[in-house]
Design a protein around this ligand. Structure first.
Ligand SMILES: Nc1ncnc2c1ncn2[C@@H]1O[C@H](COP(=O)(O)OP(=O)(O)O)[C@@H](O)[C@H]1O
Ligand SMILES: [Mg+2]
Ligand SMILES: [Zn+2]
Length: 364
């Protein structure tokens, strides 16, 4: 599958001798890697499977369009896991280069099924919250890739985020910042690629039903505060979009209204991504809005005085932290890209402001 190399498929050593003696009588194996990729790029799930949850689906579309990490907050059974599993289906299709990179990692880890020569779908990895840091970032005497690398070019989903050990979350900083992870050993050190989209989910409180309209929550404010604060800090800093996922109403579950399929959403995501590729054509290693450093943020997210007021008002009134400021601007840029708008406008900004649930003081 790697281009630029001739591969001869031989059955025996005598055949190898024949090849050396008469290379002209053998033809190298030709594989149509692109056709193989097209065949492998089939998902078994679709966004159409999820009923209702329009707001969450929109947030998911924004997240995928700008490469933003996302966290879902909602009661058990609302469909958080279901939504997360469908993220790969609305991300841009894998390029051959990406597919080969991901295949290499899965091959090294011994996860490549014999029938499958190529990983053609974006991986979805969902490690349990009891995972060790070695399991997450890789480890072992002969270092093996961890979940962050198995999710390379795909999605790493951390369900019940507050339940993960603090130190486990700490080790995610390098991969989140650099897109790779280094495992140091006395004799050697190995670097594995680890560029993934982070999706996470959590209940709004320890019992799960804070803010739910059908069930009563018995958690005290300090209990809720402690629960939410378990994920504060460096990791939360890397998650641009927070979205509440309430329980679906029965009417929506049974409803017959048309639901968009993944392919339709993916088209819009692709268009927004293309705008970003053009925007960052001159930049090294920056492909999406989520990766913008402060300098680029100032350049590409200029806003009017009216918008500036709106943002200032939101930050002071909702009690948003200072770190929310830049994230809101980045997400607003993505929303403007989905809207094919050259400049960030007030309504783009207002939507972005809504995606900061966990920064609000209302949890206290
Ligand atoms: N919006 C929805 N549309 C269709 N089915 C849903 C929806 N939400 C939940 N379900 C059903 O409930 C099950 C549990 O959903 P899940 O995604 O595991 O919830 P959560 O992760 O929020 O606890 C799903 O497997 C699905 O059968
Ligand atoms: Mg779940
Ligand atoms: Zn509760």
């Amino acid at each position: 599958m790697v281009e630029g190399i001739d591969v001869y498929a031989l059955r025996s050593l005598p055949q190898a001798v024949d090849l050396i003696n008469a290379p002209e009588s053998f033809a190298p194996l030709r594989l149509d890697a692109r056709a193989l990729l097209a065949e492998a790029a089939q998902y078994l799930v679709d966004l159409r499977d999820v009923r209702g949850q329009q707001a969450a689906k929109r947030a998911l579309e924004v997240a995928c369009a700008g490469g933003h990490n996302i966290i879902f907050i909602g009661p058990p059974g609302a469909g958080k896991t279901m939504l997360a599993k469908r993220i790969p289906t609305i991300l841009p299709p894998m390029s051959l280069e990406e597919a080969i990179e991901t295949t290499r990692i899965h091959s090294v880890a011994g996860l490549l099924e014999n029938s499958r020569g190529l990983v053609g779908t974006r991986p979805f990895r969902s490690p349990h919250h009891t995972i060790s840091d070695a399991g997450l970032i890789g480890g072992g005497a002969v270092p093996r890739p961890g979940e962050v690398s198995l999710g390379h070019h795909g999605v790493l989903f951390l369900d019940e985020l507050p339940e993960f050990e603090r130190n486990v979350l700490e080790v995610m900083r390098q991969p989140l910042e650099e897109g790779s992870v280094t495992i140091a050993r006395a004799a050697t050190s190995v670097t594995f690629p680890a560029r993934f989209m982070l999706a996470a989910a959590m209940n709004p409180c320890p019992c799960g039903f804070f803010g739910d309209s059908t069930r009563e929550c018995h958690c005290s404010p300090p209990q809720i505060q402690r629960y939410v604060s378990r994920i504060s800090g460096p990791l939360l800093d890397r998650i641009d979009i927070h979205i509440e996922v309430p329980a679906v109403k029965y009417r929506e579950l049974r409803g017959e209204h048309a639901i968009e399929e993944s392919a339709t959403v993916r088209e819009r995501v692709l268009r927004a991504r293309t705008r970003q590729l053009e925007r960052f054509a001159e930049e090294k290693k920056i492909y999406a809005n989520a990766q913008m450093p402060p300098k680029l943020l100032r350049k590409h997210c200029q806003i009017s005085e009216e918008s500036e007021k709106l943002l200032e008002n939101a930050i002071t009134r909702l009690g948003l932290s200072a770190r929310a400021h830049d994230r809101i601007l980045k997400v607003a840029r993505t929303i403007a890209d989905l809207d094919s708008a050259a400049h960030v406008q007030p309504h783009h900004l207002s939507e972005a402001i809504q995606y900061r649930t966990l920064d609000r003081t209302y949890w206290a």
